[in-house]
Design a protein around this ligand. Structure first.
Ligand SMILES: NC(=O)c1ccc[n+]([C@@H]2O[C@H](COP(=O)([O-])OP(=O)(O)OC[C@H]3O[C@@H](n4cnc5c(N)ncnc54)[C@H](OP(=O)(O)O)[C@@H]3O)[C@@H](O)[C@H]2O)c1
Length: 381
């Protein structure tokens, strides 16, 4: 079995090769060790093995699409790649797979399955499997009338739900308000900004580099976008929000949050989706008290309320996309609404696609550096 060369020239060594019986061969990427700081290709390895014949009630699934998301690195010490229990396991992740053989009732060859089968080419599933281990989120057949299958993992999946839930349900954004969104051209940010425009808001993005900023303004219709890498973010942001900030959709933390804090208006809402600038900091694996302050700690320090706590209607709150995705019928309605807006041309999306399982490692490392431009996806087959 050959080793796989990544773009950085390091080899991911396959450690097992048990594919000798002539059946379907699966290749999967497992975590070799918990990364220190930025993940390296040598933190991962490829395992190749034959898939056993499926039993009654099971189906053989071929992965078509794999989504790569910042949470896979881990928001804190318990996150997937920071956790010792993940070592040796297939890396988790949302997938769209095709049923290639089925012995499960009501699941047929050719069906597309939205699941959580991780970084691998094949998997054996059952209708009882869950997405995210969440009892309220069983695997689903993809309804192709909503959009292309890749969107099930992006704008019409986890990242779309995060944008919708954070902006409309947590921040309860109102017409005429000023909304600032960080990681603005990324999977969540691009949707947040467009949803805010649909609500009649003034929208200012913050993104890394002139191409991403031009995309937000020229393609997505944001009112302005600030390149935080161009220097003096605080001055540029203040000039772009003359009436202050009513809603800050937080995805980044660190310096970007520091530039936002002085501009927050009384009554502001800050839905906190994550803090990607800090996921690779070595202290992320350290005990809690040694870690860099998260946006939740910083916003508490500067005196913001916790949204919803003792009835507060302003302030900040961490939220999870599945607050909406697991709640029916609201989830179906949000999906249908966003699918409709896409068809009407009101909502656009950009994907950052690489091809083949072996591209996953570089694409994942690159996403955490900002090398992606849009929703990071891997077309596995
Ligand atoms: N709570 C939830 O349910 C939920 C669901 C989905 C995602 N999220 C969170 O939402 C955030 C965005 O996720 P996503 O999937 O949409 O990823 P993404 O924006 O598509 O990709 C990550 C982006 O982060 C930006 N970034 C990386 N390092 C940065 C730094 N030091 N400073 C500023 N920006 C930096 C880069 O954009 P630039 O090139 O513009 O810097 C990069 O493209 C993450 O924090 C993620 O954990 C939360």
């Amino acid at each position: 079995m050959k080793s796989v060369k990544t773009r950085q020239g390091l080899a991911i060594e396959p450690v097992e090769d048990r594919a000798r019986g002539g059946g379907v061969v699966n290749r999967r990427i497992v975590l070799k060790r918990n990364p220190e700081g930025e993940p390296k290709p040598s933190d991962f390895e490829v395992v190749t093995e034959e898939v056993p014949p499926i039993a009654e009630g099971q189906m053989l699934l071929r992965t078509k699409w794999l989504t790569l998301d910042p949470y896979m690195r881990g928001l804190d010490a318990s996150g997937p790649m920071n956790n010792e229990r993940s070592v040796g396991s297939t890396i988790v992740g949302g997938t769209v797979s095709e049923v290639v053989e089925s012995r499960a009732r009501a699941w047929n060859e050719g069906d597309l399955v939205v699941g959580y089968y991780g970084w691998q080419e094949y998997s054996v599933g059952t209708p009882e499997d869950l997405q995210w281990g969440n009892e309220a989120m069983p695997i689903e057949k993809w309804d192709g009338s909503l959009g292309p299958p890749s969107t099930a993992l992006g704008i019409l999946g986890m990242t779309g739900y995060a944008a919708y839930a954070g902006l409309l349900n947590v921040a309860t954004v109102k017409t005429g308000e000023t909304v600032v969104v960080s990681a603005a051209s990324g999977a969540v940010g691009q949707v947040v900004g467009q949803l805010a425009k649909i609500q009649g808001c003034r929208v200012v993005g913050i993104a890394g580099g002139p191409r991403k900023c031009a995309f937000c303004v020229d393609e997505l219709g944001f009112d302005a976008c600030i390149d935080y890498k161009a220097g003096d973010l605080s001055t540029a942001l203040a000039a772009a929000v003359p009436d202050g900030i009513d809603v800050y959709f937080e995805s980044v933390g660190g310096e970007v949050l520091e530039a936002v804090i002085p501009l927050l208006n009384p009554g502001c809402r800050v839905p906190v989706a994550g803090w990607v600038s800090q996921y690779n900091t070595p202290s992320n694996n350290a005990p809690w008290e040694q870690q860099q302050a998260t946006p939740l700690q910083r916003l508490r320090e500067v005196g913001l309320n916790e949204l919803g706590y003792e009835g507060s209607t302003d302030g900040f709150r961490f939220f999870h996309f599945n607050e909406l995705a697991a709640r029916q019928p609201d989830a179906s309605e949000a999906l249908r609404t966003m699918s409709g807006w896409i068809k009407e041309g009101k909502l656009k999306y950009r994907e950052s696609i690489t091809h083949g399982l072996d591209s996953s490692v570089d694409a994942f490392i690159g996403m955490l550096r900002g090398e992606n431009f849009g929703k990071t996806m891997v077309q596995i087959s």
